[in-house]
Design a protein around this ligand. Structure first.
Ligand SMILES: [Cu+2]
Length: 165
């Protein structure tokens, strides 16, 4: 129906039609691949936490941790909960002090569905500094000093690939 209308219209409509086709042809493949395997970012701000704390991605996607803190941090797998690959990972992500002033990064690709639970082994215990608030009615867990919060940790939920949708 639409093609018939454009063909029967004036030359300007033909130009618009050709332009539309050209845009689809040139941007189609790259847009499709970017959609198929997006790269997600988890930032470590200048405090002991991963932001966002929770993220849902598709199998095949990559996640890059960017440590903008001055201190070093780590991504460590808790294998008891980890079903999305990268079991046993214990990866240092240098802070800006140890990385010539630029944020250290770590990129992992998740190839199959599951759950990736991780923490920072340097900051796996509660302290008085800023901590992420865990989901739940009480806002997290309480340590022996009465602090509420969650040790520096995060969870990535990997759902089926876009390709399987
Ligand atoms: Cu840390």
């Amino acid at each position: 129906m639409r093609k018939t209308l454009l063909r029967s219209a004036i030359p300007l409509a033909l130009l618009m039609s050709a332009g539309t086709v050209g845009i689809v042809a040139s941007s189609g493949p790259s847009a499709a691949s970017a959609t198929r395997h997006p790269q997600h970012v988890i930032t470590i701000p200048e405090s002991d936490k991963f932001t966002p704390y929770q993220m849902t991605i598709h199998a095949g996607d990559s996640v890059t941790w960017v440590n903008t803190d001055t201190d070093d941090h780590t991504v460590v797998s808790d294998d008891g909960f980890n079903s999305a690959g990268h079991r046993g990972i214990d990866q240092l992500i240098p802070g800006t002090d140890a990385n010539h002033g630029t944020p250290g990064t770590l990129t992992l690709r998740f190839r199959h569905a599951g759950t990736f639970v991780y923490y920072c082994r340097f900051h796996a215990h509660l302290d008085t500094d800023s901590q992420p608030v865990a989901p739940g009615p009480d806002g997290g867990i309480q340590d022996s000093n009465g602090n509420f919060g969650t040790p520096m940790s995060g969870v990535i939920t990997v759902v089926a690939s876009h390709d399987d949708d």
